[in-house]
Design a protein around this ligand. Structure first.
Ligand code: NAD
Ligand code: DAU
Length: 338
């Protein structure tokens, strides 16, 4: 199998590339990544140096000439589109790059792949396209899309474009919609790595609103296995939900982390809520379970333990990713909420 993966220097893409190359000795992966603030080439530098089955190309999924050339030069069996602007808070500050990459970039990639007769295209989406739940129920693939943030609206736009490519052109696109991932290589603007980093520095842990918003947490490798199953066994034109069966309030997540690293709960600081903050996400992934054989393998306690072990063993990585650009966004965002 020869794959073109986009956004592979980000959190989930990095884990996916590592897992798939280790699992499948006959797979070859080319990674197209723009290297935004969230993309870290160092994540996969060992593969770049030592693994002939891995190839890195720096570039933008919005670049039509580049995508057309790349897809013509090599005979890819499939494209997997991870590339995106992925942080909700940043999308509130400035939605523009979200529209550019998440909608226009996805459409550009779909179009180039269609013109080059690519036989499978997996588009990585999110549970956030469904909006927010009350206390009961779960999102199903048939739940109407009702995104609430500029980020989720841009992801929903791409999902609808992917659907249109299947319906209009019969282009073989599949969509994955997963809940909140955590694990190695996650950029420390997201809840779990941010709280870990602040706790270790004895800094305040900024919990939005009352801390009672609920997310369904999945260890990143389980999401990657779901993507692999979609690629190998999914039905063309279908969207598949994935989740970790681990609903937690944010405050519980933060308290679990603090206990695991032996830091006091007095570090918790409630701050001004995120505007349009979705209350609860929960995934019904029975379609993926029944059709693809998907089941998450790690529970939340085990996943958090593995994640903390990784951070403890990779303190240099954590220091390196806290660059100037990252710091200036964080300083402004949290200053406004205190
Ligand atoms: P991330 O922000 O860690 O990584 C995104 C990657 O995409 C980076 O390497 C970045 O450099 C690259 N990129 C951004 N714009 C690009 C462009 N125009 N061209 C090429 N590369 C570009 O994101 P992530 O958390 O790894 O998420 C990956 C995908 O999974 C996204 O599509 C996201 O919407 C989706 N998703 C994420 C989660 C989660 O919990 N993190 C859950 C469900 C779905
Ligand atoms: O559900 C899947 C989505 O999960 C992905 O599509 C997104 O790319 C990914 O960023 C993530 O979105 P969330 O907004 O749910 O993740 P985040 O880590 O930003 O926040 C998780 C919860 O924690 C959310 O309810 C907001 C809250 N939070 C977050 C931060 C950064 C806080 O209370 N304080 C914080 O400082």
């Amino acid at each position: 199998m020869k794959l073109l993966v986009t956004g592979g220097c980000g959190f989930i893409g990095t884990n996916f590339i590592r897992l798939m190359l280790a699992k499948h000795p006959d797979w070859h992966i080319t990674n197209l990544d723009k290297l935004t603030y969230a993309g870290n080439r160092l994540n996969l530098l060992d593969l770049e140096k030592e693994e002939p089955r891995y190839n890195f190309v720096q570039g933008d999924i919005c670049d039509r000439d580049l995508a057309m050339d790349l897809l013509a030069d090599q005979t890819f069996d499939a494209v997997i589109n991870f590339a995106a602007e992925s942080h909700v808070d940043r999308s509130i500050n400035d939605p523009s790059p979200f529209v550019t990459t998440n909608i226009q970039g996805a459409q550009n990639l779909l179009e180039c792949a269609r013109q080059r007769n690519i036989s499978r295209f997996v588009h990585i989406s999110t549970d956030e396209v469904y909006g927010s739940l009350g206390d009961e129920g779960k999102f199903m693939e048939t739940t109407p899309l009702a995104p609430n943030s500029p980020y989720s609206a841009s992801k929903a736009g791409a999902d609808l474009m992917a659907r249109a490519y299947f319906e209009t052109y019969g282009f073989p696109v599949l969509i994955t919609r997963c809940s909140n991932n955590y694990g190695p290589y996650q950029f420390p603007e997201k809840l779990i790595p941010l709280m870990y980093m602040n706790a270790m520095a004895d800094k305040p842990l900024p919990v939005y609103g009352d801390g009672l918003n609920v997310r369904d947490w999945i260890f990143v490798d389980d999401h990657c296995l779901g993507i692999e199953l979609t690629l190998l066994k999914g039905r063309e034109g279908q969207a598949y939900n994935f989740g970790g069966n681990a609903e937690e309030t944010n405050i519980n997540v933060v308290k679990t982390l603090l206990a695991a690293v032996n830091k006091p709960e007095s570090l918790i600081t409630y701050v001004t809520d995120r505007p349009g903050h979705d209350k609860r996400y929960a995934m019904d992934y029975s379609l993926a379970a029944n059709e693809l054989g998907f089941a998450p393998t790690l529970d939340f306690a085990e996943g958090i333990r593995k994640t903390i072990e990784w951070y403890e063993a990779n303190t240099t990585w954590l220091e390196q990713v806290q660059s100037g650009e990252y710091r200036s966004f964080m300083d402004t965002w949290y200053e406004e909420r205190s």
